[in-house]
Ligand binder design. Structure first.
Ligand code: NOJ
Length: 929
C-alpha cells in the first residue's frame, strides 16, 4: 500500500486556524501545463497568422440517423502539421453539428481519431478514447436530444469555401468556413457569434514523447507536456501526454458576459487579458480569496452574453480542469476556453432575452427541483452540535426565543470516528429517539455524508470488495487522507457503486422521516492530494482517468444520494433534501448548494451576493452562503447585516466553524437578538412568496435572487450592478448593507413607484432613466422595497416552523403601480410530497385593476388532497400613490353571490385594510372597492 507523506500544508489546513486562503496550493495558469501552452499559442498564432485546421470537404455527410432519428451534419477537421522535406502529419478530428428540437440552439462536437499504434502502448485498464460522456451527467435524461431537421447548402464565396446550414425554422443559420475551420452563427438574421475567429482552435493530438519534437507547431510550447513540475502534482503520470483542447468564441456586438460559476467575484465577468483566466476546477478552498478568479467548489460552464434585446449562451460541456479568458473589445467580447482533455462539446443557445437562455439551459440540463417547503425556511447548523442533549437544547432555546427554524444540522462529529453511516456511541446513543422528538416538533435533521470512507470499516470494506472505490493509477483502490485519516472514495460514476451507496444510505436512514443529507468534500477534497483534490491519473469506472471526469464527480455523488433518498418513497413519501458542496451543470435537479468556507468578515458578506446571483442566472437558484461567515467570530454589527442579506438567499443557513464561538441567534445580546429574530420571522412570513418563486423556477429555471439587468434588461445602467437584486417575480427589491458603519445605501431605481416594505411609504422615479437614491439604513433596518405593480402573499402569524403555518390564512399585500395596476401569482401544494407532479397543487393569479381585485385560479385539481388553510384573512393596499379609490365598504362577487365587506384605514393612514374578507385562494372571485 502506498504510504503518503503529509506535506506541511496538510498540518496548516488541519490544525492551525489561519485566516485567508493558502494560494500556493493551487496552480496559476502559468504553472498549469496546458493553460500555459494555450496562452502561449494564442500569443503566437495571432502574430503568425498560420492556419493548421481545415475541413475536408470530401468527408461531409448529412443524414438522419436511423435508430435515433437525429439529423446530423458530420465532417472531418484535419489538423495539418507541416514537415520540411517529408509528408505533412495529418490528424483527423471528427466534427458533428446538430440542432435541438424545440430550442433555439445548436450543438457541435470535435473529437480525435487516435491511432492504435499509440493507444496499444497504454495499460489495458485505461480507456483510450477522449472522454465524451459529460453530457450524460449534465443533460436532463428526459430531454429529447437534437431532433430538428437540418438543411444545408454549399457555396463558393470569394476565396472561401462555405457550407451554410439552417435549422428547421431558419431562425438559426450557421456558416462553416472550410478553409480554416470557422463557424459564424446568425440568429434572427444577425451575426451573433463567431467560433474560432481568433484561430485559437488547438487540439493537442496524441503523440509519443519521442516523436513530440516533430509534431509541435512552431507556435506551440512543450511546457509540461509529459510531466508536471508543479510542487504538489509532480507524481502525475500524464500517460496520454498533452491532450488539451482550446477554442475561442466571439460575441458580436455584445458588451456584457456573465456566468461560469463558481468564483468569488463580480457578477459581470471581468476582462482577463492582464490577469489570471477564470478557472473551472472543483476544489476545496478553505477561506477562498474574494475578488478572485481562482476556482472554488463548483462548475457550471455556461457563459451568457446579454444585451437589452438579445442573449447568447455558450455551454462548454467538458468536465476536465478548464480555464476561460475573456477579452472585452470595442464591438465584441472574445472568450477563450481551454480544457485539459476530453472532446470539444459545445451547446450554443440563442434568445431575445437572458431569461430565454436560462429557460433553454434548464430545459436541457433539467429544471431546478421544487424543494420541501421546510427547506426554504431557516437552517441552524454548526460544526458541531455535540450530542443529543445539545441538539434538543438548541431546538428548545430557539422556541423560547420565538425564533422560527425548520432544520438543525449535524456536522462530521456525529459519526463514530468520522465513519459515515454510524453514530458516535456515547454522544448519539439514541438517534432515533432524538429524531422522533424533533419530528414531533415539526423539525428536520441533516447529517453530513462525505464520499470518503475511512479504511477498515464495513462501508469502505464493502466498496473495496465490490470494486467500486476509485482506483489509483495502477488500478488498485486509491487511499488518501481526509477527515477520518486514511480513506477510500466511492466511485459514484460506477452503476454498481451507486447501488452499494444506495444500500448504505437505505440502511442508515432506516425509514426515518425527518433525516436528510449533506454531501460535503465531494470535489473531492483530499488533504494530501495535489491541489487538495484527487490525483488526475486515478481511474474511474469505464477506465476513465479522473482528469476527464473531475468536475462531474461531485454531481455523481449527490445525485446518487438523492436517488437513494427518493427511492425510500414507500417509507417516506417526501422530496429529499440534500446539500452538496461540489456541483456541475445539472446539479440543480437534485441538490441545494452553498458557497463553502467563507469568513466572518465584510468582504465575504459583500461577495456572497454576486456569487449567489451568478448561480441563479445559470439555472441553480437553490444556493446560499454561510450566515454569518463560517470561520471567525462576527461582531454584532456584521451579524445583523449578514442576516439582513441572508434572509434573501434562496438557501438560508447559519453555519460556524468548530473553532468559532457559539452563535445561535438566541445567544445574541439585545437589541441584536430581537433584530435577528424579526428578520427570520420576516423570512417565514414571506415563505408563500418565496415558495412561489421556487415553483416558477421549477417551471422555467428562473432566478430567485435576480440581478437588476435580468429584471430590467432595457437599462444599460444595470448590467454591472451586483449589490442589489429582486426576489423572483415578486417585485421585492433590496440592497443589503455590506460594509461597516453604513447607515445609508445608494440604490438604483428604474422609473416607477416604490414602496418601503416596512412602512409602505412610497416614492416615484419619474422619466425614462435609472436614478440613484440614498436610502437610510440604520442598523435595525435594511433597504427593502416593493416595486409598484406587484401583489405579495404572506402568512403573518409567528410559528415555530414552516410546517406549523399550514392552517394559517394568507395576507395579500397589493402595491399598485402608477396606473393603479398590480398582479401576482401564488403557488400552493402540500410542501412535502411529489403529488404536485400529479396535479395536486393550486396556482392563483391575483390582479388589481380599476379598483377591483380579481382572483383567477389557474390550476386546481378536481379534488385537492392537501387540507391546509386556503383563506385570505387580510388584504393591505397602500394608498399613497393616489391611484386607489375606496370607500368604507367593498363588494365581493363569488359564485354568483354578492357580499359586502368593511374597508378600514390603517392607523398610520398609509394603507387600506380589508380584514377577513371571506375569500379563499382556490376559488375565483372579485372584490370591488
Ligand atoms: C468543510 C465544509 O465546507 C464545512 O462547512 C464543514 O463544517 C467542514 N467541512 C466539516 O465537515
Amino acid at each position: 500500500m502506498h504510504i503518503h507523506l503529509l506535506p506541511l500544508w496538510f498540518f496548516i489546513i488541519q490544525i492551525i486556524p489561519v485566516l485567508g486562503f493558502t494560494d500556493y496550493l493551487l496552480k496559476t495558469c502559468a504553472q498549469s501545463g496546458f493553460c500555459n501552452r494555450h496562452r502561449f499559442y494564442e500569443a503566437n498564432i495571432k502574430e503568425s497568422k498560420n492556419r493548421y485546421y481545415s475541413v475536408d470537404k470530401s468527408s461531409i455527410e448529412y443524414y438522419k440517423e436511423e435508430n435515433t432519428h437525429k439529423y446530423v451534419f458530420k465532417a472531418s477537421i484535419i489538423k495539418t502539421i507541416p514537415r520540411p522535406d517529408v509528408n505533412d502529419i495529418k490528424v483527423e478530428l471528427p466534427f458533428t453539428l446538430s440542432f435541438f428540437e424545440d430550442l433555439t440552439s445548436l450543438r457541435f462536437t470535435i473529437d480525435e481519431i487516435r491511432t492504435n499504434r499509440l493507444t496499444e502502448l497504454l495499460p489495458d485498464f485505461l480507456n483510450t478514447y477522449r472522454y465524451n460522456e459529460t453530457w450524460k451527467w449534465a443533460f436532463d435524461s428526459e430531454f429529447n436530444l437534437y431532433n430538428s431537421e437540418l438543411t444545408y447548402k454549399e457555396s463558393n464565396w470569394l476565396s472561401n469555401d462555405i457550407i451554410t446550414i439552417f435549422n428547421e425554422d431558419e431562425s438559426l443559420k450557421v456558416e462553416l468556413y472550410t478553409n480554416s475551420f470557422l463557424l459564424k452563427v446568425y440568429y434572427d438574421n444577425k451575426l451573433s457569434i463567431v467560433i474560432n475567429e481568433e484561430q485559437l482552435l488547438n487540439i493537442e493530438h496524441l503523440r509519443s514523447k519521442e516523436e513530440n519534437f516533430q509534431q509541435l507547431l512552431p507556435e506551440e510550447s512543450s511546457f509540461n507536456m509529459f510531466g508536471d513540475n508543479f510542487e504538489y502534482s509532480k507524481a502525475d503520470s500524464l500517460r496520454f501526454g498533452p491532450e488539451s483542447v482550446g477554442l475561442d468564441f466571439s460575441f458580436i456586438g455584445y458588451k456584457n458576459v456573465f456566468g461560469i460559476p463558481e468564483h468569488a467575484d463580480s457578477l459581470r465577468l471581468k476582462d482577463t487579458s492582464k490577469t489570471e483566466p477564470y478557472r473551472l476546477f472543483n476544489v476545496d478552498v478553505f477561506e477562498y480569496n474574494v475578488d478572485s478568479k481562482m476556482p472554488t467548489y463548483g462548475t457550471i460552464p455556461l457563459m451568457i452574453a446579454a444585451n437589452p434585446t438579445s442573449s447568447i449562451g455558450v455551454f462548454w460541456v467538458n468536465a476536465a480542469d478548464t480555464w476561460v479568458d475573456i477579452n472585452y473589445k470595442e464591438d465584441k467580447i472574445s472568450s477563450h476556453w481551454i480544457s485539459e482533455n476530453g472532446i470539444v462539446d459545445v451547446v450554443l443557445l440563442f434568445s431575445k432575452s437572458v431569461a430565454g437562455i436560462t429557460e433553454q439551459f434548464t430545459t436541457l440540463t433539467g429544471k431546478p427541483q421544487l424543494p420541501l417547503l421546510s427547506a426554504i425556511g431557516y437552517h441552524q447548523c454548526r460544526w458541531n452540535y455535540n450530542d443529543e442533549a445539545d441538539v434538543l437544547n438548541v431546538d428548545s432555546e430557539m422556541d423560547k426565543a420565538h425564533i422560527p427554524y425548520d432544520f438543525i444540522w449535524l456536522d462530521i462529529e456525529y459519526a463514530d470516528s468520522r465513519q459515515y453511516f454510524t453514530w458516535k456511541p456515547n454522544s448519539f446513543a439514541t438517534p432515533k429517539k432524538m429524531l422522533k422528538k424533533l419530528e414531533n416538533l415539526g423539525r428536520q435533521l441533516v447529517v453530513l455524508l462525505d464520499p470518503h470512507l475511512k479504511v477498515d470499516y464495513f462501508a469502505s470494506d464493502k466498496c473495496i470488495e465490490n470494486g467500486v472505490a476509485i482506483n489509483d493509477k495502477n488500478n488498485k483502490p486509491y487511499i488518501g487522507h481526509c477527515w477520518p485519516g486514511k480513506a477510500i472514495w466511492i466511485d459514484a460514476l460506477n452503476p454498481l457503486g451507486k447501488k452499494i451507496w444506495d444500500g448504505l444510505v437505505t440502511v442508515f436512514v432506516d425509514k426515518v422521516k425527518n433525516l436528510h443529507m449533506w454531501n460535503d468534500m465531494n470535489e473531492p477534497s483530499i488533504f494530501d492530494g495535489p491541489e487538495t483534490t484527487a490525483p488526475k491519473d486515478l481511474i474511474h469506472f469505464g477506465g476513465w482517468e479522473h482528469r476527464s471526469v473531475h468536475n462531474i464527480y461531485g454531481l455523481s455523488v449527490h445525485e446518487s444520494t438523492y436517488e437513494s433518498l427518493k427511492s425510500l418513497k414507500s417509507d417516506r413519501d417526501q422530496r429529499p433534501f440534500l446539500l452538496t458542496r461540489a456541483y456541475y451543470a445539472g446539479s440543480q435537479r437534485s441538490a441545494a448548494v452553498w458557497t463553502g468556507d467563507n469568513v466572518a468578515n465584510w468582504d465575504y458578506l459583500r461577495i456572497s451576493i454576486p456569487m449567489v446571483l451568478t448561480n441563479n442566472i445559470v439555472g441553480f437558484p437553490f444556493i446560499g452562503a454561510d450566515v454569518a461567515g463560517f470561520s471567525g467570530n462576527p461582531e454584532p454589527e456584521l451579524l445583523v447585516r449578514w442576516y439582513q442579506a441572508g434572509i434573501w438567499y434562496p438557501f438560508f443557513r447559519a453555519h460556524a466553524h468548530i473553532d468559532s464561538k457559539r452563535r445561535e441567534p438566541y445567544l445574541f445580546d439585545e437589541p441584536i437578538k430581537s433584530i435577528v429574530r424579526d428578520l427570520i420571522v420576516l423570512r417565514y412570513a414571506l415563505l408563500p412568496t418565496l415558495y412561489t418563486s421556487f415553483y416558477n423556477s421549477y417551471i422555467s429555471g428562473s432566478p430567485i435572487m435576480k440581478p437588476m439587468f435580468y429584471e430590467k434588461p432595457e437599462f444599460e445602467e444595470f448590467y454591472d450592478v451586483d449589490d442589489q437584486f429582486y426576489i423572483g417575480d415578486s417585485g421585492l427589491l433590496t440592497k443589503p448593507v455590506v460594509a461597516p458603519e453604513q447607515t445609508t445605501v445608494d440604490m438604483k431605481f428604474a422609473p416607477g413607484i416604490y414602496y418601503d416594505y416596512f412602512t409602505l411609504d412610497h416614492f416615484v422615479i419619474k422619466g425614462n432613466s435609472v436614478i440613484e437614491k440614498t436610502i437610510e439604513t440604520p442598523l435595525e433596518k435594511s433597504a427593502v422595497f416593493i416595486e409598484g405593480g406587484h401583489i405579495l402573499t404572506r402568512k403573518d402569524r409567528y410559528r415555530r416552523s414552516s410546517q406549523l403555518t399550514k392552517y394559517d390564512a394568507y395576507t395579500l399585500l397589493i402595491s399598485p403601480n402608477l396606473n393603479g395596476f398590480a398582479n401576482g401569482i401564488l403557488y400552493v401544494d402540500d410542501g412535502i410530497s411529489f403529488e404536485y407532479q400529479n396535479g395536486q397543487y393550486v396556482v392563483s393569479n391575483f390582479t388589481f385593476q380599476d379598483n377591483k381585485i380579481t382572483n383567477k385560479v389557474i390550476h386546481s385539481p378536481d379534488e385537492l388532497a392537501y387540507d391546509g388553510n386556503m383563506s385570505i384573512s387580510k388584504i393591505i393596499i397602500p394608498i399613497g400613490s393616489g391611484k386607489v379609490k375606496y370607500s368604507n365598504v367593498a363588494t365581493v362577487k363569488m359564485n354568483s353571490n354578492k357580499i359586502v365587506v368593511n374597508v378600514s384605514i390603517s392607523d398610520d393612514k398609509k394603507s387600506i385594510i380589508i380584514n377577513n374578507p371571506s375569500l379563499s385562494i382556490d376559488t375565483d372571485w372579485e372584490l370591488i372597492l
